[in-house]
Design a protein around this ligand. Structure first.
Ligand code: C30
Length: 288
């Protein structure tokens, strides 16, 4: 079996504890957690993924028969139960405490549904992916002035309107939040993921794709095999409907720390929508 440096299984093994059998993304409906980490080789502080936080967290479900994708962005300050911790905490901290394993467990616990796959990228991987795609098409709602990947202030300006964003612009678009909010940033990140799925259908050369995954090395990790990822390219071509869902909640302050309190009913509604989309009826065991 072909493999790459980016391939990294979860400590739980091949399948979620919420599944009876392993899921084949080439045949079955599946879920994937997309995690963006605020790290790059230009940044000071901890290097590599471990100990860093997730600043982008998107759960996407793929339904083969419907040829559709549904996605929800989970705000990083969402106040949730992280398995094994006594007090509730921000979901972004799950990664700092226990890496992608604990992040996946936390999302499974939140929605009570299986997370079959994950894709974790840092700034550098994101830039390489968008570069290989030759940019991504996005409809920009309002003017953005933002720092670049090396944190040079105001290095990137994006005018409103439909356009093709280059890698640095796309990253700035996914990061910017001070002009509005982290919730709006989540919406922009979903737009970018949608654009990446659409753009990946244009990839004609499998070798180019294999080369990207080879080059991306330590900047990405995923439990998809290389074979899975090649199968996904074909899948992406068939997708004709991508729906974006939003978690409701409100700003709150607990012990003087800012959190985003998720609305229980909204969590339940989204969980039910995604379960239905996965055709998942709740087999397997739940962890406590
Ligand atoms: C079917 C197919 C083909 C595939 C299936 C699987 C799929 C669809 C895979 C998709 C794969 C990919 C690559 C998806 C992309 C995912 C996305 C959207 C990633 C986002 C980008 C990324 C790599 C990481 C997250 C980066 C984010 C959101 C933030 C980090 C602010 C501080 C304190 C200030 C600071 C200020 C700004 C920009 N910064 O950036 O700068 O650390 O943000 O909010 O923490 O910091 O606040 O006030 O110091 O300057 O305002 P940051 P911050």
């Amino acid at each position: 079996n072909a493999s790459s440096k980016a391939q990294e299984t979860l400590s739980r093994g091949e399948k979620s504890n919420l599944r009876l059998n392993a899921i084949d993304p080439g045949k079955d409906n599946f879920s994937v957690l997309i995690a963006g980490i605020d790290d790059s080789k230009h940044r000071k502080g901890k290097k590599g993924f471990e100990g860093n936080r997730t600043d982008a967290l998107i759960l996407a479900t793929f339904n083969r028969e419907q040829k559709s994708v549904k996605m929800v962005s989970i705000p990083r300050d969402s106040y949730v139960q992280i398995p094994g911790r006594i007090n509730k905490d921000k979901i972004t901290h799950a990664h700092a405490f226990g890496g992608i394993d604990l992040t996946v467990d936390t999302v499974e616990h939140l929605f009570n549904l299986p997370v079959d796959y994950y894709v974790r990228v840092n700034f550098d991987a994101f830039l390489q992916i968008v570069d290989t795609l030759g940019g991504v098409d996005v409809d920009v709602k309002k003017k953005i002035v933002e720092q670049d990947s090396q944190d040079r202030p105001k290095a990137i300006t994006i005018e409103p309107g439909k356009q093709r964003l280059n890698p640095e612009e796309a990253l700035a678009y996914a990061r910017t939040r001070h002009a509005d909010s982290d919730i709006m940033r989540g919406d922009r990140q979903k737009q970018i993921v949608e654009a990446i799925i659409k753009e990946s259908t244009q990839i004609k050369s499998i070798p180019k794709y294999g080369q990207l995954i080879e080059n991306i090395g330590d900047n990405m990790s995923t439990n998809f095999t290389l074979g899975n990822m090649i199968a996904l390219l074909k899948y992406a071509k068939s997708v004709n409907n991508i729906e974006s869902l939003s978690l409701k909640g409100n700003d709150s302050r607990i012990n003087n720390i800012y959190y985003y309190s998720l609305d229980d009913q909204s969590v339940l509604d989204i969980s039910n929508k995604l379960k239905e989309h996965l055709d998942y009826s709740g087999t397997g065991t739940t962890d406590t």
